[in-house]
Write a protein that binds this ligand. Structure first.
Ligand code: ZN
Length: 141
């Protein structure tokens, strides 16, 4: 699974972001019936086309500010998280505790700290099958 595929899953499954189908996916402006009015469902009227599509997910796996949104959402759900770097494995481990410590723990280790957070968050919301072979998993004590 690529980082951008993980980003899209995090946007949808963790943050619950869905696209308003009344808006152009390319530029984000309203959709009209006729091209003379602006964007239609299959033709963006903006020229030049934007470098970044309006419906693109944030870069949760590679950007600190986007990663902070994921951690905010974990806290909003009443879960606790920790992030540690283990020099022996050179991995960052994100631990998300959904209940008391030792119960409902979703952990993920990766050499990229933001990706570790994204994968642990996906595991916490029940998307473990899709992401579990991407990176080594650590079991919490
Ligand atoms: Zn458009």
């Amino acid at each position: 699974m690529t980082d951008r595929e993980i980003d899209a899953l995090v946007a949808e499954k963790v943050l619950g972001q869905t696209w308003d189908e009344n808006r152009c996916r390319i530029c984000g402006w309203p959709i009209y019936e006729f091209p003379i009015d602006g964007c239609t469902i299959d033709d963006c009227s903006l020229r030049p086309l934007p470098k970044k599509r309006a419906d693109e997910p944030a870069h949760f796996t590679t950007d600190a500010r986007a990663c902070a949104l994921v951690l905010d959402e974990i806290e909003r759900r009443g879960w606790a998280w920790s992030l540690e770097y283990w020099p022996d494995t050179q991995h960052h481990y994100c631990d998300i505790h959904k209940g008391q410590r030792g119960t409902g723990t979703c952990a993920f280790g990766d050499n990229n700290r933001y990706r570790a957070v994204a994968l642990a968050a996906l595991r916490a919301v029940g998307w473990n099958e899709q992401v579990c072979h991407h990176a080594p998993v650590v079991n919490s004590p």
